[in-house]
Design a protein around this ligand. Structure first.
Ligand code: ARG
Length: 472
């Protein structure tokens, strides 16, 4: 470059405010790269050792806040320039066969695989909170809704577990993204690879990547590994927003199905009677930001020619923002669940409205040989008539019911009982006590599997990092 960069241009184009969070991974990646350069004899032993010790020293200084990173263009130049200050000339060899274009992708991939495990753990904690509540109230019955109209009795635990399994898929989506993310990008150079005989498999092994990315242009041009994560997180938040909405509904004076601990609600500055479910509302409300982060990156990527373009630097604000918000939200959502208590009396009261056992009555009549469509018609007309007299199914005694339908027996009175309805369900995945118990057992096993998965991967990565830091 012939001239010094214009100050405003420098400020406009810097990414250090965002990417300084990647310092740890930039240094770990540099340690691995240096080791490989020694293997292929670009660095002699003394140079390699100086680089290794210098990078570790730099890492410690950054951790002690002794270095002002904000004055550099990005984290890669910050690390390189500071290393030069610490060890002098050998630092100039470290950037051999490497470009910031493949370096940023390496930093992001290393950072993100750790974050994926954190995020999965956050989801698991929320799953655990749901499961704990389900286990605590295994037989509590409440109205289930369609169109927000009372539909059929369901177990409270069944409703909670519906969210458990949505969250399970959300965690699996992140796990799936990890399989594609977890590949070594380094060695792509600026875009075309390098004439220097680097050993990419060796670097992959040092950093615990199961494989290397195949196409150097693909490496530096794409950010789909971020897009995938943001997409998984968007779906997760769409789930959470529905969950937040249900907490809002259930805790409202119109439902009163749950009681939220006072520490998790707020009052109003003007209306003294208010107990507002702000946390649930904010969980619901933050969804916009997460989905927007996916859109932000998708629009950035759209139409970019291969390969690296500076636009790609704009991947960081949405990525970091989304991860920060997700981590906070998963944490508080789990705590919110731990501070919620159901209100069985109100659920029971609500069960009495809305003819919730109408479908059970139809199915009972099917058992008596009546075609379902006919049974539906018969029950429909009884319900309409009762409704016009402001009465309910359970207001009928056996004799009155016999007046409407002649093929019934005494068992029908149990069929009409909202709380008994649960026990009549038989199908797999239904809201019966046994089926929900089955779900609870499976849910517990899934959580145990996650614990194994998360710790196994972290251990594998961290033991590799330790070797690099120790210079072994
Ligand atoms: N700060 C840049 C980014 O985040 C790093 C790569 C810079 N490459 C370049 N050719 N300027 O994308």
């Amino acid at each position: 470059m012939s001239k010094n960069l214009d100050q405003e241009v420098a400020e406009f184009s810097t990414s250090i405010n965002e990417d300084q969070q990647l310092y740890w991974f930039d240094i770990i990646g540099s340690l691995a790269h240096g080791k490989m350069l020694q293997k292929i004899k670009i660095l002699n032993q003394s140079e390699a050792q100086q680089i290794q010790l210098g990078l570790v020293q730099l890492l410690q200084s950054i951790e002690k806040n002794q270095i002002d990173l904000s004055i550099y263009e990005d984290i890669h130049s910050a690390v390189e320039m500071n290393l030069k200050q610490i060890i002098g000339e050998p630092a100039e060899k470290l950037h051999t066969a490497r470009s910031r274009n493949d370096q940023i992708v390496l930093d992001e991939r290393l950072f993100l695989r750790e974050k994926i495990i954190h995020l999965i753990r956050g989801i698991n904690n929320l799953q655990k909170a749901l499961l704990t509540l389900a286990q605590k109230y295994p037989s509590l019955v409440m109205p289930g809704y369609t169109h927000l109209q009372p539909a059929q009795p369901v177990l409270f635990a069944h409703h909670l577990l519906a969210y458990f399994f949505m969250l399970q898929r959300d965690a699996e989506r992140l796990q799936d993204a990890l399989t594609r993310l977890n590949q070594l990008p380094l060695g792509a150079g600026a875009l075309a690879g390098t004439s220097i005989p680097i050993d990419r498999k060796f670097v992959a092994d040092l950093l615990a990547f199961p494989s290397v990315q195949l196409n150097s242009m693909d490496v530096v041009a794409d950010r789909d590994y971020i897009l995938e994560i943001l997409s998984a997180l968007s779906i997760e938040f769409i789930h959470l927003s529905r969950f937040g909405e249900e907490i809002v509904l259930w805790s409202s004076p119109s439902f009163q199905f749950i009681i939220i601990d006072d520490a998790f609600t707020t009052g109003s500055s003007i209306m003294p009677q208010k107990k507002n479910p702000d946390i649930a509302e904010l969980i619901r409300g933050k969804t916009g930001e997460i989905v927007a982060s996916w859109i932000s990156l998708a629009v950035t990527l759209k139409g970019l020619p291969l390969t690296y373009n500076r636009d790609l630097q704009q991947d960081k604000p949405p990525l970091f923002r989304a991860i920060r918000e997700c981590e906070k939200t998963f944490h508080i959502a789990a705590r919110l669940m731990n501070n919620i208590q159901p209100n069985p009396e109100k659920m029971e009261e609500a069960l009495k409205n809305g003819f919730l056992t109408s479908t059970d009555l139809c199915e009972y009549l099917v058992g008596k040989g009546i075609p379902f469509r006919k049974a539906h018609e018969m029950v429909g007309s009884i319900v309409r008539e009762l409704a016009s007299h402001d009465k309910n199914l359970h207001d009928l005694n056996y004799e009155e019911l016999e007046g409407y339908i002649d093929c019934i027996d005494r068992e029908v009175m149990i069929v009409l009982d909202e709380k008994q309805s649960i026990n009549r369900k038989q199908s797999e995945g239904s809201t019966s006590l046994q089926e929900v118990k089955k779900q609870i057992d499976i849910a517990q096993k899934l959580l145990d599997q996650w614990t194994d998965y998360n710790t196994r991967l972290e251990k594998e990565w961290h033991s590799k990092y330790e070797l690099l830091l120790k210079g072994e």
